[in-house]
Design a protein around this ligand. Sequence first.
Ligand code: GLP
Length: 235
Amino acid sequence: MNNYDSMSDEVAKLVIAKIRKKPASVLGLATGSTPLGVYELLVEYHENGVDFSQVTTFNLDEYVGLAADHPQSYRHYMEKNLFAKVGLERKRTHIPDGTAADLEAECRRYDELIRSTGGIDLQLLGIGSNAHIGFNEPGTPFGSETQVVDLAESTIRDNARFFASADEVPTQAISMGIKSIMQAKNIILMANGGSKADAVFAAVKGPVTPEVPASVLQLHPSVTVVVDQAAASRL
Ligand code: GLP
C-alpha cells in the first residue's frame, strides 16, 4: 500500500466484507495508533448503513491497573474511537479487566469467553517496534494463552507518548496469548511507518522464533499482511 490511508482503506474493506457475509461476526480488535484510520472508516461505513448490532468484539489487551474510564485505558480508547460510534451492543464488547482483583482468574475467564462465542472470525493486529503482537513481548512462549505480562522497556518508551511521562505507563498488562491469537480463523497484520520496517521484515521473512513474536504468524493458515511503503521498505 502506498500510504497510511490506503492501508486503512484496504483493512476496513476486509472487515466490512466479513460483517456483510456474517452479521454476527466475532472480531478481534487492536489498539495503538495503527488501527485508528480503520476505525474512522468503519464509522463511515456504519453511517452509510452497515449494521454492527450483532457483532461481538474481543480486544487484545488492557493495561493492569487502569480503570475503564481512565483516559489511557484501552476500554476508553475503544469507546471513543469505535464502540460509541457504530452502535455496538456493549454486552458484546469484551476487553480484559485490568482492575480485576484476581488477574489470573480474569485471564482464564477471557479465554473461556472467546471459546464460548465459537472463536474469533477476524483478528486485527498491529505490531510493536520489537515485533510484539498484543502485548506478547519477545520470549513469550507460542503456547501461551491470555496472561499477565511485564511490558518491555522499549514498549514502555514507545507508549510513553500517550501518557504525561514514561513513569505513568503501567508496567504490566493483560494480553491475549500467542496461542489465543493464533486460534483466530483469519488474521490481518497492519503496520505503517519506517519505525516498523525491521519488525515487519523479521516477522515476515525471518526465522519463526519466540524472540520475534509476530513471526508465529508464518504458521497461521490465513494471514493478510497490509503495510504501507515505509513499513514494507525492507521486504
Ligand atoms: C501497543 C499495543 C499493540 C499495538 C502495538 C503498536 O503497545 N499493545 O496491540 O499493536 O503496541 O502500537 P502502535 O500502533 O501505536 O504503533
